[in-house]
Design a protein around this ligand. Structure first.
Ligand SMILES: N[C@@H](CCC(=O)N[C@@H](CS)C(=O)NCC(=O)O)C(=O)O
Length: 256
């Protein structure tokens, strides 16, 4: 543990960064946020962490480069409620669910949301990525939009089939959430209190459900019509109610 507050390098829109912010908040750790600029982020992150993805947590001499690793590090280093339970079986279950929602909801939500925005016209996906930055940075985003959107398609393997599969996978993740919680919005995924599994499921699905306490409430940029339709139906389902409830009850101090 360093005497200076740790710094979280992030994209405000990224759900993996929301997961890291939530983990820090749940542990009661104060931290500074540094927004890196999409496109230019690769240079910055390579230098400080040897990676190209956010979130990155820098805590004194320690640099951690993955949202799950950040949660594990916080448990090891800071007091406060455990994010990953200590008991063997519960720990294994929390990490399995974290991995599942990271992949099945995290990657699919991203592919589907960006894919639908790209379908609706050029510039929309880049505008969503830059929506939370100050005006001069948004102007850079507008200039870089064609290159950024080309890179988005390449990086997240966005094409017609994968976007459609993304939507199906999001719905499958919503179904698993309902199966695991018995459709009860009050129930946690592991044991009787919040763990990393809940943080991961709620933060990766938040961009679809758009809880008022989440960074996705004010809809950075815009969402596509196709996603807006699913948002309406998922909010009526236990999975949507569960995500809303996690934010309402367990995410009082959200920053973005
Ligand atoms: N497994 C990583 C995934 C992080 C990730 O994919 N971050 C994306 C933003 S959502 C990113 O930084 N993309 C930029 C790039 O790959 O250049 C984690 O959980 O932290």
């Amino acid at each position: 543990m360093s005497t200076e507050a740790p710094t979280l390098y992030q994209f405000p829109i990224s759900h993996y960064c929301e997961k890291a912010r939530w983990s820090l908040d749940a542990k009661g750790v104060s931290y500074r946020l540094k927004n890196v600029i999409p496109g230019i982020h690769i240079l910055v992150l390579k230098r400080i962490a040897g990676t190209r993805t956010v979130p990155v947590l820098v805590d004194g001499p320690t640099t951690i480069t993955d949202s799950t690793a950040i949660a594990v590090y916080l448990d090891r280093t800071y007091p406060g409620p455990r994010l990953v339970p200590e008991g063997e079986a519960e720990r294994a279950r929390a990490l399995e669910l974290d991995g599942y929602f990271n992949r099945m909801a995290g990657e699919s939500v991203r592919r589907w949301l960006y894919g639908e925005l790209l379908k609706e016209g050029s510039g929309n996906a880049a505008a969503a990525m830059f929506a939370a930055y100050p005006a001069p940075v948004r102007a850079i985003g507008k200039l870089l939009a064609p290159r950024i959107e080309k890179e988005l398609r390449r990086m997240y393997r966005i094409n017609e089939d994968s976007v459609d599969q993304g939507r199906k996978d999001v719905l499958e993740a919503a179904q698993r959430l309902e199966d695991e919680t018995g459709g009860d919005p009050a129930r946690y995924l592991v044991g009787s209190s919040m763990t990393l599994a809940d943080i991961t499921a709620a933060s990766t699905l938040a961009a679809i459900v758009s809880p008022p306490e989440s960074p996705y409430a004010s809809e950075p940029g815009s969402i596509s019509r196709a996603v807006a339709e699913v948002r309406r139906s998922i909010r009526e389902r236990p999975a949507g109610k569960w995500v809303m409830e996690r934010y309402r009850r367990d995410r009082p101090s959200a920053r973005s």
